[in-house]
Design a protein around this ligand. Structure first.
Ligand code: NAD
Length: 293
């Protein structure tokens, strides 16, 4: 069994970013990312802080906009309008989920598609569906694909079964994997909460992706011998033996499944490491597009 760790692959992406960054600097451009956070959700705050930290580590311009929980839709749209017009900002990410009283879709649609480095604007999702590489693909699915590529896992003609149909992960990954680009050309099945007899479907997977949000949901009964398993899930569970009384686990029951796999990603230390790396790569690409490089 091969363990597909995220850190070395993310490092590869960061090295590419630095090369690109130097070229941009020489051309008089400094890539800039703005992250908008609404409210005080601790997990969202932690994600935003690590995005900000990574930007600074890479020498990028980083703007963190924190708005109170009770911000109005109009206030948020005004923030987006300002960032759209700001020449120093090449990428805009609105940290999800937003408080329930806000209309996420309208806010995403307001982002300039050329700055939508999270890849959730309809223009970018349309480009993803059309195999048009000038768009931005969502970061977590791109990270999964990059992990497969860098681990030398052939995807051509392989049966990829994705459990989960969210736009952020499952559905976008399905579009990527059935596309004609590198690390794609797969035959894709998407399963979800209404799928019947899930284990018989997932057992057909050469590559099984779990993006469900239920701790250790995928067990050995879901996995074919010799399959590749990509665990997107990040779930915090109680654990009296861990410092702080909790720990992170994936959507896959790693201890019971790993022995059956040709390769598997761990949680933590797997896909999670890739998401921020792909966000940085998208931001640098957005800046390159602006610079005409
Ligand atoms: P979501 O809640 O939007 O979607 C979950 C999907 O799982 C749904 O499409 C649903 O149909 C499906 N599902 C639920 N119960 C099921 C069942 N019993 N059988 C089959 N399918 C079922 O979640 P999401 O945003 O797609 O995230 C999924 C997981 O990935 C979560 O654990 C989340 O924390 C994690 N995540 C990780 C990263 C990362 O950077 N690694 C990024 C985004 C999300």
């Amino acid at each position: 069994m091969k363990l597909i760790e995220g850190a070395p692959i993310a490092e590869l992406v960061y090295r590419e970013c630095l090369v690109s960054f130097e070229e941009l600097k020489a051309a008089g451009f400094l890539p800039g990312l703005a992250v908008v956070l609404v409210g005080d959700d601790p997990a969202s705050k932690a994600y935003v802080a690590s995005k900000d930290r990574k930007c600074r580590e890479l020498g990028m311009h980083s703007v963190k906009i924190e708005k109170p929980e009770n911000s109005t839709q109009e206030e948020l749209l005004a923030v987006i309008d300002e960032l759209n017009a700001d020449e120093a900002i090449h990428g805009i990410l609105v940290q999800m989920p937003l408080p329930r009283h806000l209309d996420e879709e309208e806010i995403i649609r307001r982002i300039d598609p050329g700055k939508d480095v999270d890849g959730l604007h309809p223009v970018n999702l349309g480009k993803l569906a059309m195999d048009d590489s000038s768009g931005f693909a969502p970061c977590t699915p791109s990270g999964c694909q990059r992990m497969l590529i860098e681990s030398g896992i052939d995807t051509v003609g392989k049966h990829v079964v994705i459990v989960g149909r969210s736009l952020l992960v499952g559905k976008s990954l399905a579009l990527l994997m059935m596309g004609k680009g590198k690390g794609a050309n797969a035959t894709v099945t998407v399963a979800h909460s209404r799928t019947k007899d899930l284990p018989s479907l997932t057992r057909q997977a050469d590559i099984l992706v779990a993006a469900i949000g239920i701790p250790r949901f995928i067990g050995p009964e879901h996995v074919k011998d010799g399959a590749v398993v990509i665990d997107v899930g990040i779930n915090r569970i109680d654990d009296a033996n861990s410092r702080g009384g909790t720990r992170l686990v994936g959507d896959v029951d790693f201890d019971r499944v790993a022995g059956k796999c040709e390769a598997i990603t761990p949680v933590p230390g797997g896909v999670g490491r890739m998401t921020i790396a792909m966000l940085m790569a998208n931001t640098i690409r957005a800046c390159r597009q602006k610079a005409g490089l």
